[in-house]
Design a protein around this ligand. Structure first.
Ligand SMILES: Nc1ncnc2c1ncn2[C@@H]1O[C@H](COP(=O)(O)OP(=O)(O)OP(=O)(O)O)[C@@H](O)[C@H]1O
Length: 501
């Protein structure tokens, strides 16, 4: 029976009908807007219309559904719930012919399946991010709760950025292999390639792929325990665990997982004790067939001060790189970004931006945000003339000097008449919060520093604070002229200072 969607469709209807009798009306509604997707191994994948319904099914109905499905199918079945927003538009499934056929189901959710998306024509908002592995493939051995028991009760949320999905990742020749490898490890964690190591320059999508793996595994295997961590956080966590005498808690946190995603491994260089701890973490996970995915800004052999034994282990699995995207891919990324953020920009403007910014996708996105924010503030149409004006300051003319977080922070504090202590301190006054957020945003835009590194510069703040600041300023730039002007003025000053120093 596994792998046969028809078996699930018929069974799901029966299960739903039988439960309907016993459920209160508000619970029945959750099931009315559900759709069987497929059986994958012994996991029944069911789509629902939104996150709320998914949570309700997972927390309130899981034991009953798993029990009923297991009885109907004659073997122990686990439930995996995925979100498919189009179900809300389709209306409730009346249980007769309203259930879409498995084929329809496959095509509606196939955006991530098989690893290849068409380039350039995928402007629609992202869908569920669900795809299934080849029919009949063994699901990996999850050390999860057996059917009928609540899951994730004792695990921390994996802290994944909801926007970094396979569905929002544009594929081109520069990243096709890395993307395919990422999909493969998600579909068969611990089995396809272990570890998977993705390397490439800053801003080319490594973090995006790591998060996409996390989301996709989560969609396929509802019980999977996933942990995303930057190597800097791993280091800090390790140091704190020694300080607080909490080594066992630390070890559990990183070893009792099914998938460990470690970003920016290069920051482990020169940290001998942390490297040793990571070595043991790696071994524990690898021996237990748990998946490890690592990103790095360089290939392992160029991580010169990383211990040999660690570098050797990275070579056990698959090493793949991401290169800067070609022009077509850059245009496709901008198109997707514009659709996702509901930014209107004609094709020639997207092509212009893509032709000017060639090596860093973060900068590419930043340029699009600036152009559309400028147009919206001035109530002007987004056209080529406007894009040229806005990008004039942004685009390097010749070799651009390196900008440091220190320069950005010094310029920002003097611009707002604050001290560096103010900028790094904990005051929540509005002016200070905005100044701090602008400085963080500029660090993100003008330097290659990772989120945790930026957080550290601002008095040891968490990387999620930096992520929030980045989002907030992007939004404010489009809403408030003053913020747009401040950011533009500051960018100019910082670049000027860097050129003259
Ligand atoms: N192929 C892609 N399709 C769509 N968006 C992309 C793609 N590659 C990168 N991006 C976007 O570019 C931005 C930068 O990517 P990301 O943070 O993943 O880069 P990175 O390689 O991890 O950089 P760093 O090493 O500096 O952390 C993100 O907003 C990401 O969503």
């Amino acid at each position: 029976m596994p792998g046969e969607p028809d078996a699930l469709s018929a069974t799901w209807r029966l299960v739903r009908d039988s439960l309907d009798q016993d459920l209160p009306p508000n619970h029945r509604v959750w099931l009315a807007y559900s759709r069987p997707v497929t059986l994958h191994g012994n996991t029944a994948i069911i789509a629902v219309r939104d996150d709320f319904t998914r949570t309700q099914l997972e927390t309130k109905l899981r034991p009953r559904l798993e029990d009923a499905l297991s009885r109907a199918l004659g073997e122990s079945v686990r439930l995996a719930v995925t979100v498919e927003p189009s179900l809300a538009l389709d209306g409730p499934d009346d249980g007769d012919d309203g259930t879409p056929s498995p084929e329809e189901g496959e095509s509606r959710t196939s955006g991530t399946s098989g690893g290849v998306q068409p380039l350039g024509d995928d402007d629609e908002p992202h869908r569920s991010g669900l795809a299934v592995g080849p029919s009949g493939t063994d699901a990996f051995a999850l050390s999860s709760a057996p059917p009928g028991q609540p899951v994730r009760a004792d695990t921390e949320p994996p802290r994944l950025n909801p926007k970094y999905l396979f569905d929002t990742f544009v594929i081109g020749s520069s990243n096709r292999f890395a993307h395919a490898a990422a999909v493969a490890v998600s579909e068969a964690p611990g089995k396809a390639y272990n570890p998977l190591l993705i390397y490439g320059d800053s801003g080319l999508g490594k973090t995006h792929l790591l998060h996409a793996i996390g989301h996709y595994v989560r969609n396929l295997y509802a019980n999977a325990r996933i942990r995303y961590v930057s190597s800097e956080e791993f280091t800090n966590d390790f140091i704190n665990s020694i300080r607080d005498d909490k080594a066992p808690t630390f070890q559990r946190r990183y070893r009792d997982v099914d998938v460990l995603l470690v970003d920016d491994i290069q920051f482990l260089e020169n940290k001998e004790r942390t490297q040793e701890e990571f070595f043991h973490t790696f071994n524990a996970l690898h021996n237990a067939n748990k998946q490890i995915v690592i990103s790095s800004d360089r290939p392992p052999k160029r991580l010169e001060t990383l211990e040999d034994r660690l570098r050797n282990r990275f070579e056990w699995g698959l090493i793949t790189d991401i290169q800067p995207p070609d022009l077509e891919t850059r245009i496709a990324i901008l198109r997707k970004k514009a659709a996702q953020e509901r930014l209107t920009a004609p094709p020639e403007v997207l092509e212009f931006i893509a032709s000017k910014i060639q090596t860093n996708i973060r900068e590419l996105e930043g340029a699009l945000i600036r152009v559309t924010a400028f147009a919206s503030l001035n109530r002007q149409a987004v056209d080529l003339a406007l894009a040229e004006i806005v990008l004039k300051d942004l685009i390097p003319t010749g070799g651009e000097p390196e900008i440091t977080a220190g320069q950005i922070m010094a310029q920002t504090s003097s611009y707002f008449g604050l001290s560096m202590d103010d900028l790094c301190g904990s005051s929540r006054s509005r002016v200070l919060v905005t100044a701090r957020q602008i400085a963080m945003y500029l660090c993100r835009e003008l330097t290659d520093l990772s989120l945790p590194k930026i957080g550290q510069q601002f008095g040891g703040r968490d990387h999620t604070t930096v992520m929030h600041a980045d989002r907030k300023i992007r939004q404010l730039m489009a809403e408030r002229r003053s913020v747009y002007n401040q950011v533009t003025e500051l960018t100019n000053r910082i670049k000027q200072q860097a050129r003259s120093s």
